[in-house]
Design a protein around this ligand. Structure first.
Ligand SMILES: Nc1ncnc2c1ncn2[C@@H]1O[C@H](COP(=O)(O)OP(=O)(O)O)[C@@H](O)[C@H]1O
Ligand SMILES: [Mg+2]
Length: 209
């Protein structure tokens, strides 16, 4: 079973948004996907609950991982793990134990960038990451292209030794997706095409092994 985790010690940067959308992309592609929520806020589990109202869309298994280790059903191809905010130190090591790919979403905001810098240093000093057992990538989220703050973020991320794989736009489509229980890939193509294409580099990175 493959495992992808979304993590950033900072809240509100898009961990749940990326987790739910990555899960739907692979599920729509025919994989048997489970989505594990490590956050007591339970936003991922709420989203999966909303998803139950539809028929004929791929099933994604809900795994509550707040209290006990995530144990998805037998035969699961992919486990997507949504980490809570405030993850540091030993907890990072414990959480990364089974993770193949770690994605860190970052917002173009001074506070988020400073917090992210400290968090990335913590990740880089983690044995699993320095030994390349867990691959690490960054995704900029809620981006308004052509703003100065995004230029600063791009500049900062471009100088790191960590792949900065793509940016996702600030878009109402993510709010629609969060409300509805659908992934943005499952919304009307005419509505989402310019958001969807920005995901391509991320899936290319995930599929490059
Ligand atoms: N690219 C985006 N465009 C617009 N809203 C977004 C985007 N990404 C996330 N959001 C919204 O921002 C809020 C925080 O995102 P969320 O994924 O819950 O962050 P986290 O899980 O890291 O706390 C949510 O209301 C979410 O719908
Ligand atoms: Mg969350």
């Amino acid at each position: 079973m493959r495992t992808i985790m979304l993590m950033n010690s900072k809240g509100g940067c898009g961990k749940t948004t990326l987790a739910t959308n990555i899960a739907t992309w692979f599920a729509d592609d025919g994989a048997k996907v489970a989505l594990a929520d490590y956050d007591p806020q339970g936003s991922t589990l709420d989203w999966l609950e909303a998803r139950k109202q539809y028929e004929g869309i791929p099933l994604i298994e809900a795994v509550d991982a707040t209290a006990k280790p995530a144990r998805p059903a037998r035969g699961t191809d992919l486990l997507v793990m949504d980490a809570p905010a405030g993850t540091h130190g030993r907890t990072i090591t414990d959480m990364l134990r089974r993770v193949d790919d770690l994605i860190v979403p970052v917002l173009p905001s001074p506070i988020d960038m400073r917090a992210c810098n400290r968090f990335l240093q913590e990740l880089l000093s983690n044995g699993r990451i320095s030994r390349n057992q867990t691959r690490l990538a960054i995704v900029a989220n809620r981006v308004r292209e052509n703003t100065r703050i995004y230029q600063q973020l791009e500049d900062y991320l471009g100088h790191l030794d960590i792949p900065f794989v793509t940016h996702l736009r600030e878009s109402q489509n993510y709010i629609r997706s969060a409300e509805s229980g659908l992934g943005i890939f499952e919304l009307a193509p005419s509505l989402v095409w310019n958001d969807v294409e920005l995901w391509d580099p991320l899936f290319a990175w995930l599929n490059a092994k």
